[in-house]
Design a protein around this ligand. Structure first.
Ligand SMILES: [Zn+2]
Ligand SMILES: [Zn+2]
Ligand SMILES: [Zn+2]
Length: 1003
């Protein structure tokens, strides 16, 4: 628009070298407000006669430049606590539309870290911004208190003592441990400025919560979703419990691999006439030799091609695709192919177990793959999920002879009593002794490990409680989906109606729900909510009686889940109650507890039980990506089982918190950034600003250096507020505010800029794009305010008569800017906004805390809804025209400042006020400059501007010429003027200042 065609033609009459200004001033805006140095520097200020200095409206405010956040934030926290800010917000928003962000419960086993701080601050930004947008947005923080990690830690502390303790005593110890960290985390979250119902959080170990977990289970149970049965489930031998899919992580593990011969017992001619009379075997391949004692079958793929290879006088049956590899590994010499046949030929043939007196059945299975091994799979129904399913199909024995500690029982003396992995070499030796071992090797592969203790896990068939994914949904509840829907299909349908942010969440969760096995909800531990079901003493079957179920739920609500351990069955099961299966009359208590994911999955159900006015579903869940297999999923399933709809309308997922090299933060790595430590050294506000600065949907970087950069930025924002407050000392909005239409053009322009800024910030809050707010804020404070508007305003604010319309116009503008900024930033900069709020002028009806206020509307920012209805940015052509003018003026200004900078560097001038500038421009720029001619010298912060119309139309650039200003320097305002000395009464000041002094004297 304005190609630079600039030249400097200095016409220096006399070069006056000004003394270098020192930075040693009482307080200074430094780079932001360079002009102020002059007024405050002793040497320079002394040159302004004292009586003149007193007539300058220097900024004055008690708002400190140095924030001292670590010292001052606790004072603000104490005030919030004292005034009950959270409760007062609830009162203020009562009756407004609700917005419920439901908190995901962190685990109570340690202090908070940067990831939890990010999580809680994001939630706080959302809750506070919704609150200030006018919603009733309560926030009830929650904690996940039960579960293995705590029980393990308490086990360690108790040591051998635990064996002598009653379960309720162990639970009391666990409760103490959980409560300790709940209290710590609560205090830490509050320290970084998070608002919420902290005095009454939800905790999964609260009696009321425990009762909801149980009633959630009973909803599933009474609607036929639940079964108890023998299943091969992931089992941690270290923690002695079943694990859910979500509790298993894959890590590298070295396993032995064996190629084992299973001799055919039946007549081989049944497979193919070519095998008649031959000694035939098949070869299996496994990485878990310890499961061979449980081997019940060999599985073949029904449709794949198998080959019979003759070598060394024996015949071996393996998959054709793997025959070459097998022959090589097992050293089959000169193998000769006798016959080919599909795997289905092998069904129900009998083989010999390699070292046990057991017939092994030939079975068919689609999961047999042709990528590794032999294409023949040894099948131990007690030690594999697929094996178990095959076992059910063929009626195989699935009894586990591996106990909860992973010890082999009821076996041969060689391996009996051995830990499974220790049994591997023993069993390999046994195979060799029986001539069944054809080859052995080692393999490093991805193997399931316990996510708590990181030990390798095994599959083990045990009696467990399950929620079946294939159960038909009752009565077509929920309105969506079809009559034939199962828990799985209906859940998949409902996922589509949730807003996933980022959008990949939908596919991720759908894939998990589509493929997940039935939900194993039982655990064999103590610290959790008991599966409070009575079992028939004679047949072992559970009693499912809704009246009894209600009684137990009420008992839990009254006395907590501990009561299950102390209540005798006959106090709940009435006399005369008969087992519906065997008519037995004696009942015992189930001792398993629930999977903790069922507990946390019921959290919103527990919350609405406590706050019945809260809507179903909630508006938002926000947690890390690991919760797709955890809390997002279990919450969804619990909601489907009770309400047949998801518990959330939207789900947001932040990325991971990493260091600058992309590594996870950890104390042991030494790259840890502790948010509580940052709060104590730099301020909780710095932690909050850091959270706002990152694009949380990606992985985010946290580091000490970054926190310091954020703290530096914080100071810039703080100085913006300081400028505002410093210039409002004598401003009473009720009496002094200038209506928009009477404001100076520059002030009107900045009001519109502020409206545009507010609109951008509001829409960024709506899309949870806090990093956009952070960057927009920095730009607005630094570029629009400090370097442009505030810089220009200084002359008007300081030099004008205090009550002059121009100064009042400026004060009105910066007051409104301050009000706008403080409210828009309150959700993020909760501490500083509250601090600034106290310093801003009080007006009638103004809320006591910024957190009780609403976001400003455009009409509020501009000052009057009636007269300004059409004055919002882009609303009218007149505004657009003004906007264009200012865009042009700012571009010309930037060019002038560049030329002045060059002139300064060439020592042609000292300060800009020593300069006058000639600007030559063609239309349309010339016309714009002409329209604002009287303001140009103030815009450029120089003593005079001469405007020259250049030839051409729209093509020529702008020529800027700097020379020394004419006249003398005014002792009061430092502008140069040819009129200095004309006023005999004030001979050292310019005509503008003498008028001000005249006015001051008269008043
Ligand atoms: Zn474990
Ligand atoms: Zn019975
Ligand atoms: Zn002056």
């Amino acid at each position: 628009m304005l190609p630079a065609n600039l030249s400097i033609q200095p016409r220096l009459v006399r070069f006056l070298r000004l003394r270098q200004l020192s930075d040693a001033v009482a307080w200074t805006f430094r780079v932001l407000l360079p002009i102020m140095k002059g007024f405050n520097h002793l040497g320079e200020a002394n040159r302004v006669p004292l009586e003149l200095k007193a007539t300058i409206n220097l900024p004055k405010t008690a708002f400190p430049m140095k924030a001292n956040l670590p010292q001052n934030e606790p004072k603000i926290l104490a005030r919030w606590e004292q005034t009950g800010i959270y409760e007062r917000i609830r009162q203020a928003r009562k009756g407004s539309p609700t917005y419920i962000l439901h908190d995901g419960p962190p685990y109570t086993s340690g202090p908070i870290h940067l990831g939890t701080a990010l999580n809680k601050c994001l939630k706080d930004f959302i809750v506070k911004s919704k609150t200030m947008a006018g919603f009733d947005a309560p926030y009830v923080p929650g904690w996940d208190c039960h579960g293995l990690p705590i029980e393990i830690k308490v086990d360690k502390e108790l040591g051998g003592k635990k064996l002598q303790m009653r379960p309720t005593d162990v639970r009391a110890e666990c409760r103490k441990y959980a409560q300790k960290f709940l209290d710590l985390q609560r205090q830490q979250f509050k320290r970084i400025g998070v608002f919420g119902r902290f005095d009454r959080p939800y905790a999964t170990m609260n009696p009321q919560y425990e009762s909801v977990v149980l009633s959630t289970f009973f909803s599933f149970y009474e609607n036929g979703f639940v079964y108890k049965g023998l299943r091969a489930v992931y089992w941690c031998m270290h923690d002695e419990t079943a694990l859910a899919e979500a509790e298993v992580e894959y890590e590298d593990h070295t396993s032995p691999t064996v190629w084992v011969k299973y001799a055919l017992l039946d007549d081989p001619a049944k497979i193919d006439p070519a095998l008649a009379g031959k000694k035939v075997s098949t070869i299996i391949w496994t990485t878990t030799p310890w499961t061979l004692p449980a081997s019940m079958a060999v599985a073949f793929h029904p449709d794949e091609d198998y080959v019979a290879l003759e070598a060394g006088g024996e015949v071996y049956i393996v998959a054709s695709k793997l025959a070459g590899d097998v022959a090589e590994k097992c050293k089959l010499e000169d193998p000769r192919e006798l016959a080919h046949f599909p795997g289905r030929k092998m069904e129900r043939l009998n083989f010999q177990h390699p070292f046990l007196d057991r017939k092994i059945l030939g079975v068919l299975a689609d999961y047999v793959t042709m990528d590794t091994g032999t294409g023949v799979v040894h099948t131990a129904p007690s030690h594999g999920a697929e094996d178990f399913a095959t076992g059910v199909k063929y009626g195989l024995d699935a009894t586990s002879h591996v106990d909860e500690k992973g010890i082999l029982r009821d076996g041969l003396p060689e391996y009996n009593g051995q830990y499974v992995f220790k049994a591997n070499p023993i069993i390999i030796e046994l195979l060799r002794k029986h001539g069944a071992l054809l080859h052995s090797d080692k393999l490093v592969h991805s193997y399931p490990h316990c996510w708590r203790c990181h030990n390798p896990v095994i599959f083990r068939a045990t009696e467990q409680w399950f929620i079946s994914m294939e159960t038909p949904m009752p009565g077509g509840a929920g309105g969506r989906g079809s009559e034939k829907d199962t828990l799985r299909t209906r859940t998949l349908e409902e996922i589509k109606h949730v807003k996933w942010d980022p959008s990949w969440g939908e596919e991720r969760l759908s894939n998990m729900i589509a493929t997940r096995p039935d939900w194993c909800i039982s655990r064999q531990r103590v610290w959790g909510v008991p599966i409070a079901v009575f079992l028939c003493e004679s047949c072992g079957k559970p009693l499912n009686d809704s009246a009894i179920n209600r009684k137990v739920v009420e008992l839990f609500a009254r006395s907590g889940a501990d009561s299950w351990f102390t209540t005798e069955p006959d106090t709940i099961v009435e006399e005369g109650m008969k087992c519906p299966h065997c008519a037995g009359t004696k009942f015992e208590k189930e001792t398993d507890i629930f999977d903790v994911w069922l507990e946390s999955g019921a959290s919103y159900l527990a919350l609405i039980a406590d706050e019945p006015a809260y809507p179903w579903p909630s508006d938002l869940y926000l947690e890390g990506g690991d919760q797709y297999r955890g809390w997002f999923q279990s919450s969804l399933l619990c909601a489907m089982g009770t309400h047949a709809t998801p518990p959330y309308k939207g789900v947001v997922t932040p990325g991971w918190t990493l260091d600058e090299k992309g590594q996870a933060l950890s104390k042991s790595r030494g790259n840890d950034v502790d948010p509580v430590d940052i709060a104590s050294r730099l301020g909780g506000e710095v932690v909050r600003l850091w959270v706002a600065s990152v694009d949380f949907r990606e992985d985010v970087v946290g580091s000490e250096a970054l926190m310091h950069r954020i703290a530096e930025n914080y100071r810039k924002i703080r100085n913006t507020f300081r400028y505002v407050l410093g210039n409002l000392g004598d401003f009473n909005p009720d009496a002094d505010a200038v209506p928009f239409e009477s404001m100076e053009a520059l002030d009107q322009y900045m009001m519109r800029q502020t409206c545009a800024f507010a609109a951008d910030v509001r829409s960024s809050y709506d899309e949870f794009a806090f990093h956009k707010i952070y960057h927009r804020l920095n730009h607005f404070c630094i570029v629009d305010l400090s370097a442009f508007y505030f810089d220009i305003l200084k002359d008007r604010l300081y030099i004008s008569a205090p009550k002059s319309p121009g100064r009042r116009s400026a004060q009105t503008a910066i007051w409104r800017i301050g009000e706008t900024l403080v409210r828009l930033l309150a959700p993020i900069m909760s501490f500083t906004s509250e601090e600034v709020w106290d310093y801003l002028p009080k007006t009638a009806g103004r809320a006591e805390s910024v957190h009780l206020a609403l976001f400003p509307t455009a009409a509020e920012i501009l000052g009057d809804a009636k007269t300004i209805a059409g004055a919002t940015p882009g609303a009218g052509s007149a505004d657009d025209k003004t906007g264009e003018d200012w865009t042009t003026l700012r571009i010309v200004r930037d060019e002038v400042l560049k030329v002045l900078e060059d002139a300064r560097n060439n020592k042609l001038i000292g300060t800009g006020l020593e300069a006058q500038v000639t600007v030559a421009a063609a239309d349309p720029v010339y016309s714009v400059l002409l329209r604002h001619a009287s303001q140009l010298r103030y815009l450029f912060i120089i003593s005079a501007v001469n405007l020259v119309q250049a030839a051409g139309n729209g093509t020529g650039g702008v020529r800027v010429e700097v020379k020394k200003a004419d006249g003398l320097k005014c002792e009061r305002c430092w502008n140069y003027s040819t009129h200095v000395g004309e006023d005999k009464k004030y001979p050292t000041v310019c005509e503008r200042c003498s008028a001000v002094l005249e006015e001051l004297e008269a008043s």
